[in-house]
Design a protein around this ligand. Structure first.
Ligand code: H2B
Length: 101
């Protein structure tokens, strides 16, 4: 059973991410992206999906045309864990920084 990040590890690891914000009323983080068009957005989502499948850790996400909103949390721990940090780091590594909002 995976456990939630303790407050010290949590602060350090969250500080290393880019553009992620805490979700109100829930132990989760969220980042919004805007791409040039749907093709760019879906290409990005495809890369995230392949990583998520490899990790067996899946994002909650929302897409309309060129916008993608990703929320990360670990259901079985009912909060943020190292798996969310790992997936967020991967997402940051493939996200075009200038297009993130
Ligand atoms: N994704 C997320 N975000 N949180 C989980 O707790 C989770 C998951 N659990 N993907 C996995 C799959 C679990 O359902 C399987 C059985 O390992």
């Amino acid at each position: 059973m995976i456990t939630r990040l303790a407050s010290e590890a949590r602060a350090t690891q969250l500080a290393q991410l880019h553009g992620w914000q805490a979700v109100a009323g829930r132990d989760a983080i969220q980042r919004h992206f805007v791409f040039a068009d749907f093709n760019e957005a879906f290409g990005f989502m495809t890369r995230v999906a392949i990583k998520a499948q490899e990790m067996d850790h899946h994002p909650q996400w929302f897409n309309v045309y060129n916008r993608v909103e990703i929320t990360l949390s670990t259901h079985e721990a009912d909060g943020l864990t190292g798996r969310d940090i790992e997936l967020a780091r991967f997402i940051d590594s493939i996200a075009p920084a200038l297009l993130s909002v």
